[in-house]
Design a protein around this ligand. Structure first.
Ligand code: NAP
Ligand code: MG
Length: 480
């Protein structure tokens, strides 16, 4: 690979965070021991053990739910909405004040580039708290009835790809609407949720309003199936989402699911190619492709296919893969050995099924979990790499001739979370957007997020919306 510039290393310092050798569960405002065997969380870029984290068993989850119930009945539920809003504003400001600490910790525990945790994850997490703080005393104007009421205790389970940001997406609307929370972070990325617990203490949030129970899938199952949980919110795989839907069926619990995706990123022949190439790169390589709304299926109009692929390969040749703590890094580490194995398995299918695999030259670090940015051409819609969510830096390129064919191919998926369109024609963008069965459609951009904009899927990408006015509905009862 010929690179245009050689960059000297520019590592962020890790001295700003103080990682404790072990962490407890956060229940009723305090860190307490868990009864399960503690789990070790590692830095996926080095395989170094960062800390030991308690595991919550059913009994611990029960303690957390009881604390959340008490807080709902005694403090948080009866509190004046404007006062709840003040706590949310305080949390948002503390997230901003300690932003660098959160960014470094997220990068160490998750493997994502510091540039992304610093510029995207942490500022957006703070923005979610600011946005929802503003709603706390205005809920009767949200179009959800004259006096919407909270549901009670929310049990929330989140994945490892955006650990702090997914926490914010879950916790901020729950608290703003007057609910209390028991949240389970992912097994491989618990540390920023535990630092968030410290923020709750620093903000003097009443005990029990936010409880954090760490552990693996079993802990998640205990949270969602606890009989005193009123609302379940889950982000993760479609497979686990399905099992949660089954567990919740027939109960009074309300449920929102944000599951996988296989988004089409559609490039028409009138699109400015360089701009589209930047959007394609951002669509699939942002966060190593560990993004549910990643633009993992590139649909290119046949007449510009060769130009687009050539420009894309040139651009990918300039991406820096390596130390996530380096401020110049574009692609960091894959989050876990398990996820790396899954990416390898699916890409191997790509080759045996007859697609053509391309990767840039260059070496990967010796330790840690790594995968090169990868482009498959000659992909057919029947290939597994065109159907299954890889959840890694792997792009499948297909072609189309007419807008109708583009729409048919884009919609030919069991998912429906997001899509992208690249075209200079506004009318074409509006028409195609209308025909796409996807919760979010980006035009001439990709992977843009904002707390005011509702996010969620069609089909097997789940149901319910997060963010915006629509996201509040998931946490409110609008009957009288
Ligand atoms: P996952 O198993 O669905 O994990 C999501 C969360 O659910 C984690 O906190 C997980 O705990 C927990 N969990 C696992 N089994 C559970 C159960 N039976 N009941 C309740 N909670 C449970 O996802 P994953 O294993 O991390 O990733 C697998 C695949 O899911 C990925 O390759 C990707 O395709 C997809 N995925 C999608 C998203 C998204 O944003 N839509 C995010 C992550 C993954 P543990 O962490 O301990 O497993
Ligand atoms: Mg898992």
């Amino acid at each position: 690979m010929t690179s245009l510039f050689e960059y000297a290393p520019a590592p962020e310092s890790r001295s700003i965070v103080d990682i404790r050798p072990s962490y407890g569960l956060f229940i009723d405002g305090e860190f307490v021991d868990g009864t399960g065997t503690p789990l070790k969380t590692v830095n996926p870029a080095t395989e170094e053990v960062l800390s030991e984290v308690a595991t919550a068993h059913e009994d611990d989850v029960d303690r957390a739910v009881r604390a959340a119930r008490r807080a709902f009945v005694k403090t948080w539920g009866p509190m004046r909405p404007a006062d709840r809003g003040k706590y949310l504003f305080r949390i948002a400001r503390l997230l901003q004040e300690r932003a660098r600490e959160f960014a470094v910790l997220e990068t160490l525990d998750n493997g994502k580039p510091i540039r992304e945790s610093r510029d995207v994850d942490v500022p957006l997490a703070a923005a979610h708290f600011f946005y929802h703080a503003g709603w706390a005393d205005k809920l009767e104007h949200a179009g959800l009835g004259p006096a919407p009421r909270p549901l009670g205790v929310a049990g929330q389970v989140i994945p490892w790809n955006f650990p702090l940001l997914m926490l914010a997406w879950k916790v901020a609307p729950a608290l703003a609407t007057g609910n209390t929370v028991v949240l389970k972070p992912a097994e491989t990325t618990p540390l920023t949720a535990l630092l968030f617990a410290e923020i709750c203490q620093q903000a003097d949030l009443p005990p029990g309003v936010v409880n954090i129970v760490t552990g693996a899938g079993e802990t998640g199952r205990a949270v969602i199936s606890h009989p005193d949980v009123d609302k379940v919110a889950f982000t993760g795989s479609t497979e686990v989402g399905r099992s949660i839907a089954r567990a919740v069926a027939g109960t009074e619990k309300r449920l929102t699911l944000e599951l996988g995706g296989k988004a089409a990123n559609i490039v028409f022949d009138d699109a400015p190619i360089d701009q589209a190439v930047e959007g394609i790169v951002r669509g699939i390589f942002f966060n190593q492709g560990h993004v549910c709304c990643a633009g993992s299926r590139l649909l290119v109009q046949e007449s510009v296919h060769d130009d687009v692929v050539a420009s894309l390969q040139r651009r990918i040749g300039t991406l820096r893969v390596g130390d996530p703590m380096d401020k110049n890094t574009d692609l960091g580490a894959i989050n876990s050995a398990e996820q790396l194995a899954r990416i390898r398995e699916l890409t191997a299918f790509g080759e045996t099924e007859g697609a053509t695999c391309w990767q840039p030259d260059g070496d990967l670090p010796d330790r840690g979990f790594w995968f090169k940015p990868t482009v498959f051409t000659d992909v057919s819609p029947a290939h597994r790499i065109a159907r299954d969510e890889v959840f890694g830096p792997v792009l499948s390129v297909m072609t189309f001739r007419t807008p109708d064919e583009a729409v048919a191919k884009a919609n030919n998926t069991t998912y429906g979370l997001s899509a992208g369109i690249w075209s200079e024609k506004g009318s074409r963008i509006l028409k195609v957007t209308d025909q796409l069965r996807a919760g979010v459609v980006w035009a001439n951009t990709f992977n843009e997020f904002d707390p005011t904009s509702p996010f969620g899927g069609y089909k097997q990408s789940g149901y319910g919306r997060e963010g915006g006015r629509q996201g509040l509905a998931a946490y409110l009862r609008s009957d009288s």
